[in-house]
Write a protein that binds this ligand. Structure first.
Ligand code: MG
Length: 203
């Protein structure tokens, strides 16, 4: 199983990190050891002092495919969940300055908590899904898929032209504005519409 992720996919988030608006999706990967399931806690690692939450909708690939036409992309994912793309912002800043890869900043152990998945046909219009993140009951991030630069079908099609997608692969689809640092003792909760789907305690 692999985890593919899109960076810089919501305009307001691009602005808050002073990044350029991309003409093609910015893609990175996390290893399968990044996944935290069943609301498992996240243990703050010693190599970073500035880990940020980034709440994101996550697609689960339902069958193998490559070079998928955007028109048929919907057939390759049937469930959607919510996840957090934990990012060691200090390591990422260093990597960006030197033009180096983000593997360490994005792929460390536990950097991808994911919720249970919901059949996508229960979510209504995929271009109008609201989602949010709270830290200790305070709303930190709110997004809606209408604000994406690259929509789900485009992302699936684009990724599949480089990587063969396999059943069970996860695709993180980008974070809206409001990212910020996590603290030990905090409890993060993530919602699709008003349904709480994910909890993650920082230890
Ligand atoms: Mg992200």
């Amino acid at each position: 199983m692999k985890i593919l992720a899109v960076g810089r996919n919501y305009v307001e988030h691009i602005k808050e990190l002073n990044n350029e608006r991309p003409t093609d999706p910015v893609i990175f990967m996390k290893p399968d050891t990044a996944v935290l399931r069943n609301n498992a806690p996240f243990y703050y690692p010693s190599f970073s002092n500035d880990i940020h939450y980034e709440v994101e909708l996550v697609l689960k690939v339902s069958k193998m495919g490559k070079n998928i036409n955007e028109k048929f992309a919907q057939k390759y994912y049937d469930e959607i969940g919510i996840g957090i793309d934990f990012t060691a912002r200090d390591l990422q800043r260093k990597a960006k300055e030197k033009g180096l890869p983000w593997a360490l900043a994005k792929g460390f152990n536990g950097s991808a908590p994911v919720s249970q998945f919901i059949p996508k046909n229960e979510l209504g219009k995929l271009t109008d899904i609201s989602f949010s993140l709270k830290a200790d009951n305070e709303i930190k991030q709110e997004g809606n898929t209408s604000m994406m630069l690259f929509n789900f079908d485009y992302i699936v099609s684009y990724l599949s032209s480089f990587f063969t997608l396999k059943k069970g692969d996860l695709i993180f689809t980008g974070t809206p504005a409001g990212v910020g640092p996590i603290k030990i003792g905090q409890k993060l909760t993530a919602f699709i519409e008003n349904e709480k789907l994910l909890e993650c305690e920082i230890k």
